[in-house]
Design a protein around this ligand. Sequence first.
Ligand SMILES: *[C@@H]1O[C@H](CO)[C@@H](O)[C@H](O)[C@H]1NC(C)=O
Ligand SMILES: *[C@@H]1O[C@H](CO)[C@@H](O)[C@H](O)[C@H]1NC(C)=O
Ligand SMILES: *[C@@H]1O[C@H](CO)[C@@H](O)[C@H](O)[C@H]1NC(C)=O
Ligand SMILES: *[C@@H]1O[C@H](CO)[C@@H](O)[C@H](O)[C@H]1NC(C)=O
Length: 431
Amino acid sequence: MVPARNGSAIPVLGFLICAAFIYLSFRDLWLNHKWRTEIGFVKRNGTQFVVDGKALYVNGWNSYWFMDHAVNEHSRYLVSEMLETGAKMGLTVCRTWAFNDGGYNALQISPGRFDERVFKALDHVIAEAKKHDVRLLLCLVNNLQAYGGKSQYVQWAWQEGVGLSSSNDSFFFDPSIRKYFKNYLTALLTRKNSVTGIEYRNDPTIFAWELINEPRCTSDVSGDTLQDWIDEMTGFIKSIDDKHLLTVGLEGFYGPNSPKRLTVNPEMWPSELGTDFVRNSNSSNIDFASVHIYPDHWFHNQTFEEKLKFVVKWMQSHIEDGMKELKKPVLFTEFGLSNLNKDYEPSQRERFYRTIFDVVYKSAKRRKAGAGTLVWQLFMEGMEGFNDEFGIVPHEQDPMYRLMVEQSCRLGKVTGRREEHKLRKLCSHKH
Ligand SMILES: *[C@@H]1O[C@H](CO)[C@@H](O)[C@H](O)[C@H]1NC(C)=O
Ligand SMILES: *[C@@H]1O[C@H](CO)[C@@H](O)[C@H](O)[C@H]1NC(C)=O
Ligand SMILES: *[C@@H]1O[C@H](CO)[C@@H](O)[C@H](O)[C@H]1NC(C)=O
Ligand SMILES: *[C@@H]1O[C@H](CO)[C@@H](O)[C@H](O)[C@H]1NC(C)=O
């Protein structure tokens, strides 16, 4: 609009511009003030997470669907409800996807092109998490196909005529694709949250970054390709953001040079995936190790009791690595018991979870490297389309709900956090 150039309009216009300027400045100040009521960054001290001078053992969960549901008005409330429910259970960390490459509700529409609508949804997720006192472990890309993943990057490179190879593993070694991924990392880390005014890289609500969900690079069994990619990308992230912790996102398998491939890996195939838990997690910019636990998918024919035995051994082995080899915390970032098992009963799931919680609790009591667990996965009523064979809708009366609350209270006791306002109320009438 062109303003009328006459004597009386100019002072009015001047006033309006001035007023708008003052309003915007104060709005910024006010926003920053409102949201910068300081919570500390989570740091690490040897094999422990620390925040505000105290150790932190994580009892948390996965809800990968947050950003997707925050895009549309009609489903946005589910994010707040889930965070509120988690916080009520004393859960402190939620792992979720900060990527969606190509496809429906994509954050990255094509290399380097972002949908502002979806970025605003992620802004909202982070702001809501802060409101509920929950920190987020944000995952940056998928090895699997869901929500784009590495195969989407490879497809983009082909479409733009720069792809070197049709292998989906070229995500790891193709220089053009590495550049795509770095561009995405830069956009995300330096994103200024439209709700809070805080850049992602400066926001302590973010617990940590996770480089990639369940990386595998079977085209190079030696593991050198994936290791090289991890070293490069973690260095790149740290050059932009050295405030946040960083993890790989591994399943936890031992590679071809590890003696534990024979004694701890579920079967023979996991040593041929181009990954190695110790080598990958030992990368100098990696702050803590991540492990998944899925005996239902990893064995061909095991009884439930055998699975429980495996779980304990698997966890203890990784905690030992955290103590002896890595000197870093070890976070169990996904686990579940499938309800598709032939002999499945809900009471088994309770035992499965209790077994896992017990290992972490014992480790915490002895100040060992078992740093916590993230349940795969919690969701809300009416979202059955987002469920899988592992999902749980938390209901106060369910044994699983009580089990998770009990874990929050036990871990809170170990760290002296049980006296903090939130846990005091939750744990007062128990044990
Ligand atoms: C860090 O760990 C050392 C050794 O375990 C301990 O003495 C120190 O108090 C810890 N510092 C914090 C801030 O937890
Ligand atoms: C890459 O992954 C996509 C999606 O999983 C799959 O359809 C395609 O066949 C894969 N390409 C190759 C060369 O394996
Ligand atoms: C871990 O890395 C350090 C140097 O960064 C190296 O000295 C050590 O041997 C590595 N450990 C393992 C188990 O790879
Ligand atoms: C699976 O294990 C059970 C008990 O160990 C055995 O009876 C059954 O034959 C096995 N099935 C297969 C397909 O190997």
